[in-house]
Design a protein around this ligand. Structure first.
Ligand code: SAM
Ligand code: SF4
Length: 352
């Protein structure tokens, strides 16, 4: 493991400069964007070790007293939805299913804000046993990560032989009525060979497949722009087996470009986060498992909410700190700049 994946961000110990910030309740930034989509990382732990994300030995353990409790998470989500204009919350990690209190967290958020869209990004290992309880708790949508349906290939990519558990988890999510289940695959040279089989499987199971360009967020720092698979190459591979017709995005600000498969209604999507960055439309705010606000995946500057929260801050105090953190959000990830350096935390440590 390199020092980079240790994930020691720059946590701001002084207030963000908000002297030129207009007095609005939302999470506005200097570039006019408003964050309405909250990603909450629940843990650094994971049941897999995907090579594009985690180091083989896993991430360093977060001391338990530094991890937000379920009650603290529910309170912060309530502040985001009640005071800051957040419309949707997504739990991620690490692997959110590693938290035994996930159902409690989901139920707490659902009861606090009726009608809130509550989503989960998961690798689905063990989801079979929890999908129904999560749906009952108020989970509305689930995105499941799966790069291949070939067992050996899966074991190589994730360093764990858990494909069957993932496939069972996907089926359980569909059976539990967890929205339109989406499957996300990271687009890289290794996924190309099995991409058509993966799409065929998703079509059979009635789930929507999207490929996401690999970002320089792997703990091992092996990402290289020269290894990026262009969207057209994936379309060529899929096009040998399926007829693909470009169609409109789910909504104009949605990141996935979409193609109808064999005339539809099924679609396959590509999220080109690297080659066609959508930073100018970014509406995300992130909370790490330790309770810091991270305004961008690629910015290591984080603002600590946990200390204030445990120090007796009111909801409005916490909302003000959060607003300041987002006001100072960067314009974009800067991957094309000559001096681009990947962030200190890897994807699994930030919460993808
Ligand atoms: N463990 C859960 C899972 O895998 O879905 C949630 C956390 S994971 C960090 C969230 C998402 O980030 C997954 O869909 C994963 O494929 C994606 N991801 C991880 N590393 C990535 C990278 N280097 N580039 C692009 N996506 C990545
Ligand atoms: Fe774990 Fe998700 Fe990272 Fe894979 S992508 S190692 S499942 S956190």
């Amino acid at each position: 493991m390199t020092a980079v994946d240790m994930g020691i961000p720059v946590v701001r110990d002084r207030a963000d400069d908000v002297s030129d910030r207009p007095d609005v309740p939302e999470l506005l930034d200097r570039f006019g964007r408003i964050a309405r989509d909250l990603r909450v990382s629940l843990t650094e732990k994971c049941s897999l070790r995907c090579t594009y994300c985690m180091p083989a030995e896993g991430l360093p353990e977060i001391p338990r007293d530094k991890l937000l409790t379920s009650a603290e998470i529910v309170r912060l989500v309530g502040i985001a939805t009640g005071r800051l204009g957040v419309h949707e919350v997504r739990f991620t990690g690490g692997e959110p299913l590693m938290r035994r209190d996930l159902e409690e967290i989901v139920a707490g958020c659902a009861q606090q804000t009726p009608g809130l869209s509550i989503a989960l990004t998961t690798n689905a290992v063990g989801l079979r046993h929890r999908a129904r309880a999560l749906a009952d708790a108020g989970l509305t949508r689930v995105n499941i990560s799966l790069d291949t349906i070939d067992r050996e290939h899966f074991a190589r990519l994730t360093r764990r032989d858990r494909l069957d558990s993932v496939l069972d988890g996907i089926r359980a999510a569909v059976a539990a009525g967890l929205g339109r289940v989406k499957v996300n695959a990271v687009l890289m040279p290794e996924t190309l060979e099995g991409a058509a089989d993966l799409l065929a499987w998703c079509l059979d199971e009635g789930v929507e497949l999207r490929f996401i360009e690999q970002m320089p967020l792997d703990a091992d720092q092996n990402w290289a722009r020269s290894q990026m698979v262009p969207a057209q190459q994936l379309l060529d591979v899929l096009g040998r087996r399926f007829t693909l017709t470009e169609t409109e995005r789910e909504d104009p600000s949605a990141p996935a470009e979409r193609w109808l498969v064999d005339g539809g209604p099924a679609t396959v999507g590509i999220i080109a986060s690297v080659t066609r960055s959508f930073c100018s439309d970014c509406d995300r705010t992130r909370l790490t498992a330790e309770g810091t606000v991270r305004s961008c995946l690629f910015s290591d500057r984080e603002t600590d909410l946990r200390a204030a929260l445990r120090g007796g801050a009111t909801d409005e105090d916490l909302a003000a700190v959060w607003r300041g953190a987002m006001w100072n959000k960067w314009a974009g990830h800067g991957m094309d700049a000559a001096d681009f350096a990947p962030p200190q935390r890897s994807m699994g440590a930030i919460g993808g």
